[in-house]
Structure formats: structure tokens, C-alpha cells
Ligand binder design. Structure first.
Ligand code: GLU
Length: 288
């Protein structure tokens, strides 16, 4: 039987995009429930995208767990790897051709360049960690004076590739969540040249997300406030690739009793642990 895809009655399309590199926690569930609510309020569709690009970190056990745990948390999606949909596949590991095409377009436009800096080189750039995102501004060691269009390069493999940000330009966007209002980030000061492709031939998060949000016709992105600065990076990529700019809604991050943001290693607050300990999903909204 042909699967039928339930379509929302409006054009709103939201998405949840977990990375299966560990068990998801309360913070993920709250953000995803906010995304679900936004899409329900607008009679839209919620898309589930499995962000399993990094096959070294993403394990099958976490993929299985994320479906089980998110369903337990009260989430339901209308398109996704497990239910299909018009924009399948919904797992990033199966969408490589789309990312390669975007890399090529950026290369031809002359907005990216290869970078040979190692993690160690970058770690040596002394800079205080920043509040929202700890990626230091790239100091420009490999940045050419002029970045030229290239058409002969066969593949991205073997090099890190960085997007050259327009220094001095300020990227401003409205956050639809009243908490964050209008945000502005200046290129070269708040954010530097960022990775779009990794040396191990894996597309970087920023590029994959921009390509997928556009291809899956997402209209609003609901996600954690740790990605506010990435929103500015993604707007830069959307402009370069000629893609529409989306709406954004950022959620407050959940912290532990010491005020430290939850991470996948905080097992005590993982959805899996809460569920196996017999908690009711209501705890997700009441627990600090
Ligand atoms: N997959 C990303 C994460 O788990 C989220 C991406 C996004 O919402 O843009 O942090």
C-alpha cells in the first residue's frame, strides 16, 4: 500500500533534528516539544531529521533510542526516516549528493577555501570562551587574499573547507521567541570563517543543515539558544546558495543544579534513564 503523508493545512513546516551521538536529555525533549507545539499551533507539519553525518560518533543504539525516547516524551512527527515522506531520505548519512552539490556551488562562486589548520593549531588561539558558542573566530591563517572561483576541483576530500565571511558585515535576524528578540552578529568580530566541509570528507553541520532545511521546505527552525550564532552563519550560507532565509525560534537551554548546560553525558537526566526509572513524561516540563 502506498504510504499516505498527512499534510498540514498551512504552509508551516517545522523540524526536529537530533544527532544520535548519545542519549537525548530533558533539554532536547523540551526544545522538540516547543517545535511540536509551534507546528501544531500553525496547523503545520513536523519533520524528523536524523543528523547522523558523523558515523564515528553516531551509533545505531542511539538511533534506536532516540525514536523510542522521543515517542515516550510525547513527540510525533509527520515525516521522518521511520515514516517516510515526500523529501526522503530523512537521514543525513543518505543525503551526501545534495551536500556535495552545495559544496561545488560555493566553490564555483569563490566563497570557500581549503584550510590546513589542525585542531591543535586552532586550540592554540588564545581566546576567552564566548557565551553562546565556543567556536573562536578563525584567525585567517589559510585565508587567501582573494578567494577565487574554482571549477576544476573534483572533490572536497582531503581538506577542511571554510566559508569566507564578509568581514564587517552585520547579520541581523528576528528571533520569534520573545526571549531573544532581534539579534545581530558582525562578521570577523562575532563569527569568523567557519567549516563547511571536513578533511575526512564529511560535510560540516552548517552546510548540511542549510541544504536540508531548504530541500525539506522547512519554514521555521526551532532549536536551542546555543545555536543563535550558528543561525547567523546559516543565513550567510543561505544567501550564498540563493536559498530563502527561514524563520527562527530559539529555546532557553536547560541547565543542571550547578547552572551548567546539559550534555549527552549527563546520564541522570537522559530521557532513557528517566523512562527506565519509571518517571512519567510530565517530569520533562517540571524538572529543573
Ligand atoms: N543536530 C543538531 C544537534 O543535535 C541540531 C541541529 C539544528 O537544530 O540545527 O545539536
Amino acid at each position: 500500500m502506498k504510504p499516505s503523508f498527512s499534510e498540514g493545512s498551512s504552509s508551516y513546516r517545522g523540524r526536529i533534528a537530533p544527532t544520535p551521538s548519545g542519549y537525548l536529555h530533558i533539554g532536547h525533549a523540551r526544545t522538540f516539544l516547543a517545535a511540536q507545539l509551534r507546528s501544531q499551533q500553525q496547523n503545520g507539519v513536523l519533520v524528523f531529521r536524523n543528523e547522523d553525518l558523523d558515523l564515528d560518533r553516531c551509533k545505531l543504539q542511539y538511533v534506536t533510542a532516540m525514536y523510542e525516547d522521543l515517542k515516550w516524551a510525547g513527540l510525533a512527527w509527520q515525516e521522518g526516516p521511520d515514516v517516510g515522506g515526500p523529501f526522503a531520505p530523512y537521514s543525513q548519512s543518505e543525503r551526501g549528493d545534495l551536500y556535495r552539490a552545495a559544496w561545488r556551488k560555493l566553490l564555483e562562486m569563490g566563497t570557500i577555501y581549503p584550510c590546513s589548520c589542525s585542531r591543535k593549531d586552532l586550540a592554540q588561539i588564545a581566546q576567552a570562551p564566548q557565551d553562546e558558542d565556543d567556536e573562536p573566530v578563525y584567525p585567517g591563517k589559510c585565508r587567501p587574499t582573494v578567494t577565487r572561483s574554482q571549477t576544476t576541483m573534483k572533490s572536497a576530500r582531503g581538506s577542511n573547507w571554510r566559508f569566507r565571511v564578509p568581514d564587517g558585515e552585520t547579520i541581523t535576524f528576528m528571533d520569534n521567541n520573545g526571549l531573544f528578540g532581534t539579534r545581530s552578529y558582525t562578521c570577523g568580530k562575532d563569527l569568523g570563517d567557519f567549516l563547511v566541509w571536513r578533511r575526512d570528507d564529511v560535510p560540516a553541520y552548517q552546510l548540511a543543515v542549510v541544504v536540508d532545511d531548504a530541500a525539506m521546505q522547512v519554514t521555521e527552525v526551532v532549536r536551542g539558544a546555543d545555536l543563535l550564532k550558528s543561525t547567523a552563519r546559516q543565513i550567510l550560507l543561505q544567501r550564498s546558495l540563493g536559498l530563502p532565509q527561514l524563520e527562527y525560534f530559539h529555546c532557553q537551554l536547560v541547565t543542571d543544579e550547578n547552572g551548567v548546560r546539559l550534555a549527552k553525558r549527563n546520564d541522570a537526566l537522559s530521557l532513557r534513564t528517566l523512562r527506565l526509572n519509571g518517571h512519567h513524561p510530565e517530569i520533562l516540563m517540571t524538572q529543573r
